[in-house]
Write a protein that binds this ligand. Structure first.
Ligand code: SF4
Ligand code: SF4
Length: 397
């Protein structure tokens, strides 16, 4: 038992966690976090203490909350992609948990199952699951995959040997009229599947209130990003990234409250001219593949060299919250599904072709955030983002 924290070992053992490996992971994480987040940064907003606390107990409190919810009959549903609508999961009284892997620590468990030249995110995420190192993964009653990129698409087949997996078929060319109709059908199939798993019937009211709740979380994140347009920037890119990474799996109500408090503090800092990084620092936009916990590398390198990352055009950045619902009107589930299809297909991931919208997003963000430079970031062997960066580089230049 770690000093000051409950003894989580009985819970981890009950979940079948590989305790030796898990101990190794939890021995390294606080050391890295202290070096990257605590020692290397100053003038952090006070509210960010909440996120430090969450990382300090990363596999503890939240997992125990999920355990309690499961004992009360709720289901836990794991997802890996922004195109899987969280709103449906929460509307069915289940809990959505964003699963991912941002470290090669877990790769030993997945390397024998996958070809060498598979994207690092897939290797890591699968490793955490099949290696029994991730309690969130162990908690899941169902994992929802999608057919975004080829690596993930085939990875679900491997994963289904270990966990119940359901795959949503996401379109490849979203500009075609039939793509929207197809996506709507897929949302409907997902609802049917989740109704079965949760033994709950979806209602208009429940879906509407889940849409409102998840939208509220996204709008609080948007406020944090708005504040980052200021010079001096009131929060480091590293801290903003941490906030996004945790928003994927934490309780949405708590996130609404805490991100809201962070946004309040940042807005005040902007008024007072208080910065986390010096005024006049070079401003960098990062664009590309998602950065799952504990992938803080690029941000750490850039910000320890005196520049500031002011915005991320990634799934752990603007792609998470940029698309909005507008007015949530509708009297039937079909009405709401239509709104959902528009909102989700408005996300510009490199898994689509063509994907002009992402280019427009980046060029707009460069202006809005007054960026001095852009880093196009791609995980090794991620073909969609790597190939797309060729055209993006030309457009940005
Ligand atoms: S990069 Fe694309 S496939 Fe990956 S999580 Fe984001 S939306 Fe999904
Ligand atoms: S980073 Fe690229 S290859 Fe990896 S899962 Fe996402 S889209 Fe697929």
């Amino acid at each position: 038992m770690t000093e000051g924290k409950p003894d989580w070992y009985p819970m981890w053992r009950e979940l079948g966690i590989d305790i030796d490996k898990h101990d190794q992971l939890l021995a390294v994480l606080p050391v890295i976090f202290k070096e990257i987040y605590i020692d290397a940064q100053k003038n952090r907003p006070d509210t960010i203490g909440f996120w430090d606390f969450v990382v300090g107990d990363i596999h503890g409190i939240r997992v125990s909350e999920l355990k309690k919810a499961k004992e009360e009959g709720k289901k836990v549903i794991g997802t890996f992609c922004l195109y899987v609508p969280d709103e449906i999961i929460f509307a069915l009284d289940a809990i959505g948990v964003g699963l991912c892997g941002g470290t090669n620590f877990s790769n030993y468990a997945s390397e024998d199952l996958l070809p060498v030249n598979i994207c690092a995110l897939i290797k890591s995420g699968l490793g955490f699951g099949v290696g029994n190192i991730c309690p969130y993964f162990a908690m899941c009653d169902l994992i929802i995959g999608e057919t975004t990129c080829d690596g993930k698409k085939k990875c679900w087949e491997v994963l289904s040997e270990y966990k119940p997996v359901y795959v949503m078929e996401t379109p490849q060319c979203k500009d075609r009229p039939q793509a929207r109709a197809h996506f709507i059908q897929e949302i409907k199939h997902l609802i049917t599947k989740l109704e079965k798993v949760t033994s709950t019937k979806l209602t208009v009211d429940k879906l509407k209130s889940a849409i409102v709740k998840i939208s509220k979380k996204r709008s609080q994140m948007r406020r944090v990003y708005e504040a980052r347009k200021a010079d001096p920037v009131p929060i480091s890119g590293k801290d903003a990234l941490l906030m996004s990474q945790i928003a994927f799996y934490d309780d949405p109500d708590r996130e609404i409250e805490m991100i809201g408090k962070l946004a309040d503090e940042l807005e005040q800092r902007v008024k007072d001219g208080v910065g986390a990084i010096e005024k006049g620092a070079k401003r960098i936009l990062v664009s590309g593949t998602p950065m799952a916990i504990p992938n803080w590398k690029i941000h750490h390198i850039v910000e320890t060299k005196g520049a500031a990352i002011v915005v991320e055009e990634t799934c752990t950045g603007t792609r998470y919250f940029q698309s909005e619902y507008g007015e949530i009107k509708g009297n039937t589930i079909d009405d709401l599904i239509n709104l959902m299809a528009d909102r989700y297909l408005d996300i510009n991931c490199a898994c689509f072709t063509p994907n002009e919208g992402r280019k427009e997003d980046i060029l707009r963000l460069v202006k809005e955030y007054n960026a001095d430079g852009v880093i196009l970031y791609t995980l090794n062997f991620c073909q969609p983002y790597e190939i797309e960066s060729i055209g993006l580089e030309k457009a940005i230049k």
